[in-house]
Design a protein around this ligand. Structure first.
Ligand SMILES: CC(=O)N[C@H]1[C@@H](OP(=O)(O)OP(=O)(O)OC[C@H]2O[C@@H](n3ccc(=O)[nH]c3=O)[C@H](O)[C@@H]2O)O[C@H](CO)[C@@H](O)[C@@H]1O[C@H](C)C(=O)N[C@@H](C)C(=O)N[C@H](CCC(=O)O)C(=O)O
Ligand SMILES: Nc1ncnc2c1ncn2[C@@H]1O[C@H](COP(=O)(O)OP(=O)(O)OP(=O)(O)O)[C@@H](O)[C@H]1O
Length: 489
């Protein structure tokens, strides 16, 4: 791209040196700079990208965007701006020619349910024969191939790159999980959403946002940033049972579609029942009441499919098609996913790592428990992250007959510090603190008896544990099945 044209989107800048006529790529990481590219220095939480500018030049960068003049050797021009984060959003969107304008962009935000709802919408789109891309905690899925990604919502450059790739591969829609970090840190700058979906807002990430008010306001950016262009067919889907929805409705002028179980809503569910590995309910829609029977477990998944149903109905899809797509859905990876095993136990892998999600996961399992059997619940939480939620997580977990308190990604925190904080919330004495997660999983099997239900929560789809700064292989399901085979020979 012509350098002048690219830089035209930054209004105030000082240029030092001779700009090259064109740049071939843009980058924020010196380790992946291509020759003849533009490197933007980003101040991170751990290191400052300005310190890697020389490395970027050595690797072939011919333009460096920085917030102060740097001493650099080599043939390079410097562009000095006030705020490199803001410049990144503007430049990335321009470089990829605003790809979100060419796709229907669906953003899903909320504390719990982002992965589930975005996965459900994506799979329903694919089920309809539509080309859709998906990005979120599980990675970036494009035409059936899953690529790893660092974050739920990635930095502004990776985000624009992903949307561009989706466009180039012929996708018509991209479904994105939108995290509060992503919104607050401007990672979604330049993404023009068409549909914004809200799941719920409960306690999480207060280490980053400070208060629930700040956390809720960060999520609100998805709705307030939808814009005012009524020639575009944009709309919002809100959970009528969550009080934050009223505030989000006021942040946008686009049509609001609601769903829920308790309060008045356009899409509602009645008569939910959970038996034989199936969830059944009556879906109340603008066209009447329809019975649904689906493989996704638990009341939380009834909310999730109602949100998806509203998205599809507002898009103009017929109710009978929507119902067929919901009934065809397979469980979402690592979200109350039943482990296929011939052990005399029911084992579920789940990603609950907030108090609300733990409550919902237990609610989802209880209908399957016989009075003579136990519900064993294993929860872990991350080290060096929001500590204030830990006692509340264990308080919710106390509804299980036996609780095992462990870690998910301990990072640099001592095991006892994590399990000790969790233990403060326990409401009964039937629990064990075992910081080593593999040992904790084996302990769950050792106390289990035929007919019991075990939920391994907190790792979901993840096949690793982050201990210190090392990512080590870990699978709750594999460890559990191996231990179970030895115990129940
Ligand atoms: C606290 C936080 O958000 N950190 C994010 C941040 O990392 P950072 O600030 O440490 O970046 P850094 O490593 O200091 O690097 C600064 C700059 O120097 C550059 N660099 C660095 C090293 C080098 O050799 N050369 C070089 O050029 C980097 O490319 C970068 O441009 O920027 C990185 C790149 O965008 C992110 O991957 C990283 O997310 C980390 C992994 C993280 O854990 N974030 C969490 C808190 C997060 O964002 N979570 C949300 C919510 C998930 C949920 O809902 O549960 C999410 O969206 O993922
Ligand atoms: N709508 C919902 N309401 C409450 N809890 C939910 C809902 N959907 C899923 N959960 C619970 O939360 C866990 C995480 O679900 P999911 O991964 O879909 O949420 P998320 O918002 O993507 O979370 P994260 O951003 O941490 O990945 C699930 O394993 C389940 O226990």
């Amino acid at each position: 791209m012509y350098t002048e044209e690219l830089l035209s989107v930054i209004p105030l800048k000082t240029v030092i040196g001779q700009l090259p006529n064109t740049v071939k790529d843009i980058s924020i990481d010196s380790r992946s700079v291509q020759p003849k590219s533009l490197f933007i220095c980003i101040k991170g939480y751990t290191v400052d990208g300005h310190d890697f500018a020389q490395k970027a030049v050595d690797a072939g960068a011919t333009v460096v965007v920085a917030d102060h003049e740097l001493q650099l050797d080599g043939e390079v021009a410097q562009v000095i701006v006030n705020d490199t984060d803001r410049a990144l959003g503007l430049l990335a969107a321009k470089f990829f020619d605003y790809p979100s304008n060419d796709l229907t962009m669906i953003g899903v935000t909320g504390t719990n349910g982002k992965t589930s709802v975005s996965g459900i919408i994506h799979h329903m789109l694919v089920g309809m024969g539509e080309r859709s891309a998906l990005s979120g905690t599980i990675g970036f899925e494009l035409n059936g191939v899953l690529y790893e990604s660092a974050n739920t919502t990635n930095d502004a450059l990776s985000t624009q790159q992903m949307i561009f790739r989706a466009k180039m591969e012929g996708c018509r829609t991209m479904v994105m999980e939108v995290s509060s970090h992503g919104l607050a840190l401007g990672r979604l700058a330049g993404v023009d959403y068409d549909v914004a979906v809200f799941t719920n807002l409960t306690h999480d990430h207060l280490d980053f946002h400070g208060t629930m008010e700040e956390y809720g306001n960060a999520k609100g950016l998805l709705f307030s940033q939808l814009g005012q262009d009524f020639t575009k067919n944009k709309y919002v889907v809100l959970n009528a049972d969550d009080p934050w929805s009223e505030r989000y409705a006021k942040m946008t002028s686009y049509p609001v579609w609601t769903y829920g179980l308790k309060n008045d809503a356009i899409f509602r569910a009645e008569n939910c029942s959970y038996e034989d590995g199936l969830t059944t309910f009556d879906m109340i829609t603008p066209e009447g009441k329809f019975p649904i029977s689906m493989k996704l477990l638990g009341e939380f998944n009834v909310y999730n499919v109602l949100a998806a149903a509203a998205v599809f109905y507002a898009k103009g899809i017929a109710i009978d098609v929507i119902i067929e797509l919901i009934e065809d859905l397979a469980p979402i990876r690592g979200r109350m996913e039943r482990v296929k095993t011939d052990l005399p136990l029911q084992i579920f892998i789940d990603y609950a790592h907030t108090p609300d999600a733990i409550e919902k996961a237990i609610n989802a399992a209880l209908p399957y428990k016989k009075p003579e059997n136990k519900l064993i619940f294993l929860i872990g939480t991350g080290g060096n992250r929001d500590k204030s939620k830990r006692p509340a997580m264990a308080e919710k977990a106390s509804r299980a007959d036996y609780v095992i308190l462990t870690t998910d990604d301990p990072r640099f925190e001592e095991y006892d510090s994590i399990t000790g904080d969790l233990a403060k919330g326990m409401q009964h004495e039937n629990y064990a603190c075992i910081g080593d997660r593999a040992e904790a999983v084996r302990h769950a099997i050792s106390v289990a008896e035929p007919g019991d239900i075990i939920i391994f929560a907190g790792k979901g789809h993840e096949d690793y544990q982050i201990i210190g700064n090392k990512k080590l292989p870990h699978s709750d399901a594999e460890i559990a099945v191996e231990a179970g085979r030895i115990k129940f020979v």
